[in-house]
Design a protein around this ligand. Structure first.
Ligand SMILES: C[S@@+](CC[C@H](N)C(=O)[O-])C[C@H]1O[C@@H](n2cnc3c(N)ncnc32)[C@H](O)[C@@H]1O
Length: 281
């Protein structure tokens, strides 16, 4: 493994934060060594200083993107945190279906979609709720986008193919049987439902304006990796990206408190629900 020294750590830390917002405190040298050593060696570098230079001057940006892929933590699972999904299934989904059935457009954003489990968990609930309401399928007026900075994660998300380990993490057996087809050790998500999510590569450091406005944003387990100023920036941009009375859901260990005054924070059972302040219901 290639060792990193203090000046090299500062160079790499700055590079990573600049390109994806991930903030590495002192003490995280091992993370760079363990995740990037092989790539540095593969690209012919004998030190992290050389590697940094190579990444910084690569005109194609490919090396930068591979670094981002390796430095992002794509950990995810189905229906992550029971409390958040109680809110989603008992409050958000029925509301979304009602709005859509009444002819309104509803837009949902999984803003750190990783390999797709979050967005597809929601699609399964929307499908069940639509059928329960006597609809043939999820209304077309519901649009779901999933974004992530990691191209590697998005490839898996778009393929909607999962191995047995991924399948064993949080997915109830009845949904596994209903929504997936098995081919050897791989499980494929329902072809029609898979098309309900559009995955796009998107860096949360960019302006959210091109994405439009949303009724519901899931931005879960990603702000934990960011600096305080970047968290502030993200919450401010999220507020602008929400429609009136739109809702932002964060991971259980994340909070907008102290970073933003744009949200009313309420609790549904144990889930914190961040509703955009003001506007008409
Ligand atoms: C730990 S996963 C969370 C996945 C999912 N939201 C969940 O809660 O299970 C964090 C994801 O955030 C993505 N990410 C990190 N920095 C990002 C950035 N600047 N812009 C967009 N996505 C980012 C990573 O690639 C990773 O897939």
């Amino acid at each position: 493994m290639l060792k990193i020294n203090d000046p090299e750590f500062l160079l790499m830390k700055k590079f990573i934060e600049e390109h994806c917002g991930i903030f590495l405190e002192g003490g995280k040298e091992y993370l760079i060594e363990s995740r990037l050593s092989d790539l540095a060696i593969e690209t012919g570098c004998n030190s992290f200083q050389e590697f940094h230079y190579k990444a910084r001057t690569d005109p194609t940006g490919r090396l930068r993107d591979r670094i981002i892929d390796l430095m992002t933590t794509n950990e995810t699972l189905w229906f992550r945190d029971a409390s958040a999904w109680e809110y989603i299934s008992e409050i958000a989904v029925p509301d979304i279906i009602d709005k859509a059935a009444a002819g309104n457009e509803v837009r949902i954003w999984s803003a750190a979609a990783s390999t797709g489990q979050e967005a597809y968990s929601l699609v399964m609930l929307l499908d069940e709720a639509s059928k329960k309401k006597g609809l043939k399928s999820i209304p077309d007026s519901i649009e779901i986008i999933g974004t992530d900075i990691s191209s590697a994660a998005l490839l898996l998300a778009g393929a909607a193919r999962y191995d047995t380990i991924a399948m064993s993490r949080g997915l109830p057996e009845d949904k596994k049987q209903r929504y997936f087809k098995q081919a050897g050790n791989i499980w494929m998500f329902d072809e029609d439902l898979k098309k309900r999510v559009r995955f796009i590569r998107f860096n949360l450091q960019n302006s959210f304006t091109p994405l439009g406005k949303f009724d519901l944003i899931l931005c879960r387990y990603v702000t934990i990796y960011f600096s305080e100023p970047f968290k502030k920036e993200i919450f401010a941009k999220m507020a602008v990206a929400l429609k009136s009375k739109g809702v932002l859901l964060l991971g259980a260990t994340e909070s907008a408190r102290g970073f933003s005054d744009d949200f009313d924070i309420s609790y549904y059972k144990n889930a914190a629900v961040n509703t955009l302040k003001g506007g008409v219901p």
